[in-house]
Write a protein that binds this ligand. Structure first.
Ligand code: PMP
Length: 369
């Protein structure tokens, strides 16, 4: 692009976008990719076969639009949450879209927008901010404490200060990996007049005793719990995220979605995968084992890993995080530079990937004390 055309296009861009850079986790073709918290395991054969058969059955009907209300998929998601989280939800309480990113976009299109504001407590998932901005919603950068935790009293003070229309909580939180206690979620619900979104993209990786906010749904029509098939389900490429909320919330989502937003191929693939939930989730325990191994081993290295409820670990204590990131990449290992000084984030991979990461990091630290 010439400097001149850049100038012209930038002058026409909405002003709030002019200083922004696009979401850009590097997609590099390296042997060990541990930077976007994907599930490192490919789909088991049985699941791949079911998905392939389900897609084949749809292909002849691609001349028709898909079921706009994706009713069978909602039923499958409701069945899954009954088993995984022990909550009984009516299909009218479920909504799905192309990844939970699109779910969040629908929420902000409906409940944010010009003249309204969303509050999130950073560091947290950066797309909460970016989607707020792209939907014209004012973004309030709330704070966490020095350990990146959020205490109820601190959250309430910030809500009282800003009176947001939408509050984002993220539990387990990306990039810290830590969960929020149910007390904080309840306190926030009590303190705000607006919508409270609990982003539970990593819920299936939580340690024993970490409650989901799904249990709070019956008494809280302003609560939205968003989840995804991208992580625990190893289904990131299919782009399926969903939310659970009051039926009035899902009704509001119908106002903002584009008609037929979930293709018949997406719906068929997701339903087929949900039919194998047990098998797909069988990798979750292995990933949690590698995650805990990373926490233990990094502590042995003298670093500061944060105990995690998700499929990744944030760790501090690095002299120069950028130099460590580059040294790992030189060994074919891609982790995430989250822009917090002295910290990096790594996804828990397979045992072999985790070993490659830990070995390369140990060598780097030995050579760069
Ligand atoms: N929420 C959180 C906290 C995430 O970390 C991610 C992905 N990195 C998402 C939502 C979006 O996931 P997807 O759109 O693939 O469902």
């Amino acid at each position: 692009m010439s400097a001149q055309s850049r100038e012209v296009v930038r002058s026409l861009l909405r002003p709030e976008f002019r200083e922004l850079t696009a979401y850009g986790a590097p997609q590099l073709d390296v042997p060990v990719r541990l930077n976007t918290n994907e599930n490192s395991y490919e789909l088991p054969d049985a699941v791949a076969q079911s998905v392939t058969a389900a897609l084949a059955a749809e292909v002849k009907d691609l001349n028709r639009y898909p079921d706009r209300e994706f009713t069978r998929l909602r039923g499958a998601l409701s069945g899954y949450l009954a088993t995984q989280a022990g909550v009984q939800l009516d299909v009218a309480q479920l909504w799905a879209a192309n990844g939970s990113n699109e779910v969040i976009q629908h929420i902000l299109q409906a409940f944010g927008g010009p003249g309204r504001r969303a509050l999130g407590f950073v560091p947290s998932y950066s797309m909460h901010e970016l989607i707020s901005i792209s939907t014209g919603t004012g973004w309030i950068r709330g704070r966490r404490d020095e350990q990146f935790d959020l205490q109820a009293a601190d959250a309430l003070a910030q809500i009282a200060e800003h009176d947001p229309d939408v509050v984002f909580l993220c539990s387990p939180n990306n990039p810290t990996g830590t969960s929020m206690s149910r007390d904080v979620v309840e306190a926030v619900l009590g303190a705000t007049r607006g919508i409270v979104v609990v982003d539970e993209a990593y819920a299936e990786f939580a340690r024993e005793g970490t409650p989901s906010a799904l249990g709070l749904l019956p008494d809280n029509p302003r609560l939205i719990v968003s989840r995804t098939m991208s992580k625990a389900f190893a289904f990131a490429g299919a782009r399926v995220g969903y939310l659970a909320a009051d039926p009035e919330i899902t009704e509001a989502m119908r106002l903002v979605r584009l008609p037929y937003h979930l293709s018949s191929l997406t719906q068929a693939a997701a339903i087929a995968a949900l039919g194998h939930a047990d098998l797909l989730l069988s990798t979750v325990d292995a990933i949690k084992g590698q995650r805990d191994r990373i926490v233990r081993t990094l502590a042995d290295f003298g670093l500061l890993p944060v105990p995690s409820d998700s499929n990744f670990v944030m760790f501090g204590g690095l002299a120069d995080a950028g130099a460590t990131w580059q040294a790992l990449l030189d060994h074919g290992i891609l982790v995430r530079d989250i822009g917090i000084a002295h910290h990096l984030r790594v996804s828990a991979g397979t045992e072999a990937e985790t070993t490659a990461f830990l070995d390369a990091l140990r060598d780097h630290l030995r050579d760069n004390p």
